[in-house]
Design a protein around this ligand. Structure first.
Ligand SMILES: C[S@@+](CC[C@H](N)C(=O)[O-])C[C@H]1O[C@@H](n2cnc3c(N)ncnc32)[C@H](O)[C@@H]1O
Length: 183
């Protein structure tokens, strides 16, 4: 994908929306906002929603989208790596649809997930875990094309309980929305 292109909402986007749709709370964070569709949903269920993206053009695009829909009054966006702009123990919910395709190179920030397709996702998960409040949850997308079971094992080793909250099967891939909780 060209450097100034933003990830177009796809099946994984809609699966994440399905997984967070009925969630309610005070403060939510989406890491990797893309065009802002997931964050738009978060802004409806939470008192305040914040989103980050490592790509400035994504933050700019999503910010413009939400403003045009009149949804920016309960939403903020920051260009940063994962949740690095935020303090520990801040959010009731953190969600993300990470780049998850196994890749040697990390040329495309939106899709190249590194070794086993979980290298970037695991870095994001760890930072999500840092900013998560006690009793909160992390909801994220995983693909059968990646080694996501290793990611689940690592999350469980950090004290999380992980369950599948939504899934969609295609002929070449299964997408899963996973929820990790640590009470
Ligand atoms: C698969 S796209 C998902 C976009 C959008 N959330 C959606 O579901 O349509 C992944 C997004 O994560 C962003 N991203 C990748 N690595 C990141 C990181 N370390 N911190 C923040 N955002 C990141 C990419 O720029 C891209 O916008």
């Amino acid at each position: 994908m060209a450097a100034d292109k933003v990830y177009a909402p796809s099946d994984d986007t809609f699966l994440l929306i399905e997984a967070i749709r009925r969630k309610r709370g005070r403060l939510a964070l989406e890491i990797g906002v893309g065009k802002g569709l997931v964050s738009s949903e978060l802004a409806m269920g939470y008192d305040w929603a914040v989103a980050t993206d490592i790509a400035f053009h994504a933050v700019k695009t999503a910010s413009t989208e939400l403003k045009s829909k009149g949804e920016s009054s309960t939403h903020d966006m920051v260009c940063c790596d994962a949740a690095s702009a935020f303090r520990n123990n801040s959010f009731d919910l953190v969600c993300f649809n990470p780049p998850y395709l196994p890749s040697e190179e990390k040329d495309d920030l939106a899709v190249d997930g590194g070794k086993g397709g979980i290298e970037i996702a695991w870095c994001i998960f760890q930072d999500a875990s840092r900013v998560l409040r006690r009793g909160g949850s992390i909801v994220f997308i995983a693909s059968s094309l990646s080694d996501y079971s290793t990611l689940v094992v690592r999350a469980e080793a950090e004290g999380f309980t992980v369950r599948t909250v939504a899934r969609k099967r295609f002929f070449f891939e299964e997408l899963l929305a996973l929820e990790a909780r640590r009470d």
